[in-house]
Design a protein around this ligand. Sequence first.
Ligand code: SF4
Ligand code: SF4
Length: 80
Amino acid sequence: MALLINQDCTECDACVPVCPNQAITSGTPYVIDALKCTECVGAEDEQQCKLVCPSNCIFENPDFPETQEELLEKYKQLHG
Ligand code: SF4
Ligand code: SF4
């Protein structure tokens, strides 16, 4: 399940550098590329963007249901 950012985003930029997949780009609100977000599976134990976001505006994207195995495979594809 990729994550998404809602309208409560304050555009603080904190999440961009911590994403291991470079999945986040600036905008109003900031945007997570669902094809790149692995929920940090493959790189980190916790979702780094959620960890650093001061606005609590990052949630699961219901349009992208994925298993842990699929997320890991996605990570490998991105970093192959
Ligand atoms: S959960 Fe991880 S991979 Fe997904 S956007 Fe956040 S930091 Fe990037
Ligand atoms: S850390 Fe949160 S508030 Fe800051 S840009 Fe990212 S999603 Fe928006």
